[in-house]
Design a protein around this ligand. Sequence first.
Ligand SMILES: [Zn+2]
Length: 344
Amino acid sequence: MNNEPEIISEINKISEDAEKLLNSSNNLDELESRFRNFAGKKSKIAAILHNIHLYSAEEKKIIGSKSNEVKNRIENIYNSKKDELSIAERGRFLSGRGIDLTIPGNYIEIRHKHPITAVLEEASDFFTSMGFEIVEGPEIETTYYNFDALNIPAEHPARDVWDTFYLLNGMVPRTHTSSVQARTLEKKQLPLRVIAPGRCYRYEAVDATHLFMFNQMEGLFVDKNVKLSDLKGILEETVRHLLGARKTRFRPAFYPFVEPGLDLDIECVFCGGKGCGVCKNTGWIEVIPCGMVHPNVFKYADIDPKEYKGFAFGMGFDRIVMLKYNINDLRLLYQGNLDILKQF
Ligand SMILES: [Zn+2]
């Protein structure tokens, strides 16, 4: 049996037909469906290869190599026709709409994050690198979490220190992120290290260093053997990371939810410690109120203050941004003025 010439001429015929039909396709859809007829699973070439076992070993070699040669040829024809039709269709599309690709486009300015957001993220990264977790709490808070659970009972004069907005339903826009501290302790997943960044609200007259709304970052570290030196170490490192090498000092301060309570001051960045209007001529600027968690705060959360110790701090975040970039008026950060924001 010698089918060789017959089948080979059949394959040659397929090749010729394919070339004619593919090259005369008028559009991409037509080309695609014709190509599938010549190269798909149901094509004549596929059928020939499917039956190749009927031939002798020598014939198989000839038929196989011829079939592959034709398959490649069909594919090449298809590809170059496809390019040709694509370019033509694109040209028709663009000229139909009057689009000229040679006209220069609109310039898109590259923007960046607001300095408060950027520094907040930088600080969050720094704390998470030390094993702190980020937690959040509600901005509209109950007086229990905002005051009572932080050792500031009703009628206690300390409550007056926070100029608080009260809502008609008795809730308060939180005056500090310390409320998140009370909520976190209540869960009693000890030991813990958390930071809670967020907005706070106080009934204050707006001036260069006070707004009715501001950003704070609360920190809380609780474990069995936490000491004041841990607080000092971590906060000094935080200042170094966010504001660079600055002289710092701790001085005693009263906050009802810590004992002892401290303020971390840094040397005034505006006058270098000589004394100016911003630092009220003291040469120092208060940046982080902090202290060891008051035993009563632990008791509110049903944690034994003899077993656990901890420290907490509440960083006024807007102030950190002011100091980092030498901004002397806090209001500038909230005006949405691009001439100012572009400078960062
Ligand atoms: Zn100063």
